[in-house]
Ligand binder design. Structure first.
Ligand code: KG4
Ligand code: ZN
Length: 341
């Protein structure tokens, strides 16, 4: 067929995602999340995630096929997240994908999780401009990627040197007494707040911009928020949660969008794609839109449920690999928790 029918499996963290695409058309994005099981621990527990993937895998594959109206025997290829991610969680997806590939006699494509966050934009907005700058901001990653071609030679320009952006949202939310995962709660309460506190912008000093031009750091910001809250509590004052949240959110989005636009300018790239769970943040979307417009950069942000981890992104990258004639993975494909982009 001209447009390959590809099933993609994602199990790098706490979402069991199964997506099916036909070329650049998204047919279905089925997801089962174990996030509620992790909430009482305040973070993702690897052992709990692996077990949840095992239980959810077959039902989620069946549901995806049913909703897309395709039979497994119609598939032209299987794609799976090979890394980076939680080792045990990745293994469940990789083993399932290998079994499907062998049983159906179709090629297997092990893909990089970061690259597939970029590739999902193709099913949303069509072919990616080449090159594209991608900013991936999630609970596990904060990276700026120079993407000449989503199937080939992606280069990381920088990434976080400590906490990921989403991790900072989650930790600050905890300090403010908001539930896990905290990002959406910070986003929500911030809309009633004022930006009243000037929290630090990590790695933006002149010296840091030489050594860590496109790197991020959020742990200093998290500490600054914690200290501020503790000082207020010690003084017996009520915490203005909405203002603290809005001020924190402003500091994160300021640094992210500033460095992303600078990366586009310096590398002569006219399109910025933003993905990962934090790309759901309303202030980040707004600030990115304003700054890109001013700089003449085309901004591409997929809808929220395609920004967070899902199977459609893996299927989309698998289809691109097939369309570009890339070599499939060996049936011995390993899960690699620290797979480089
Ligand atoms: O991509 P994702 O679903 O999973 C990985 O980490 O790979 O991202 C989850 C992260 C969490 O840290 C969550 O708090 C954050 O994305 N997040 C948000 C928002 N929605 C999700 N952060 C800020 N604002 C949001 N609206
Ligand atoms: Zn992710």
């Amino acid at each position: 067929t001209e447009q390959p029918l590809v099933l993609g499996i994602e199990t790098s963290c706490d979402e069991t995602g199964v997506g099916i695409v036909r070329g650049t058309d998204l047919l279905v994005d089925a997801i089962a999340s174990s996030v509620d099981e992790h909430a009482r621990f305040g973070g993702v527990v690897p052992e709990v995630a692996s077990r949840a993937h095992l239980e959810a895998m077959v039902p989620t594959i069946e549901r995806a096929c049913r909703e897309a109206g395709v039979a497994l025997s119609d598939l032209d290829g299987i794609a799976v997240t090979a890394g980076p991610g939680l080792a045990g969680a990745l293994m469940v997806g990789v083993a399932s994908a290998k079994a499907l590939s062998v049983a159906l006699g179709v090629p297997l494509y092990g893909v990089n999780h970061l690259a597939s966050h970029v590739a999902v934009d193709i099913v949303e907005h069509g072919p990616l401009p080449e090159p594209t700058m991608a900013m991936l901001v999630s609970g596990g990653h904060s990276s700026l990627l120079l993407v000449p071609d989503v199937t080939h030679d992606i280069r990381s320009l920088g990434s976080t040197i400590d906490d990921a952006a989403g991790e900072a949202f989650d930790k600050v939310a905890r300090v403010l007494g908001l539930p896990f995962p905290g990002g959406p709660h910070i986003d929500r309460v911030s809309s009633d707040g004022q930006i009243t506190i000037d929290f630090p912008r990590g790695l933006t000093s002149r010296k840091d911009m030489e050594r860590h031009r496109f790197d991020f750091s959020f742990s200093g910001l998290k500490t600054a928020v914690t200290r501020w809250v503790e000082a207020e509590q010690a003084a017996g004052r009520d915490i203005p949660v909405a203002d603290v949240a809005a001020s924190f959110q402003e500091a994160v989005t300021d640094v992210l969008t500033r460095k992303a636009v600078l990366a586009c300018r310096e590398h002569d790239v006219a399109a910025l794609q933003v993905g990962g769970g934090v790309a759901a943040n309303s202030r980040l979307r707004e600030m990115a839109r304003q700054r890109c417009e001013k700089a003449g950069i085309a901004l591409r942000v997929p809808r929220r449920n395609l920004c967070t981890d899902n199977g459609a992104m893996v299927a989309s990258l698998g289809a691109q690999l097939m369309l570009k004639g890339r070599t499939p993975s060996d049936p011995s494909l390993p899960a690699d928790s620290s797979l480089p982009v």
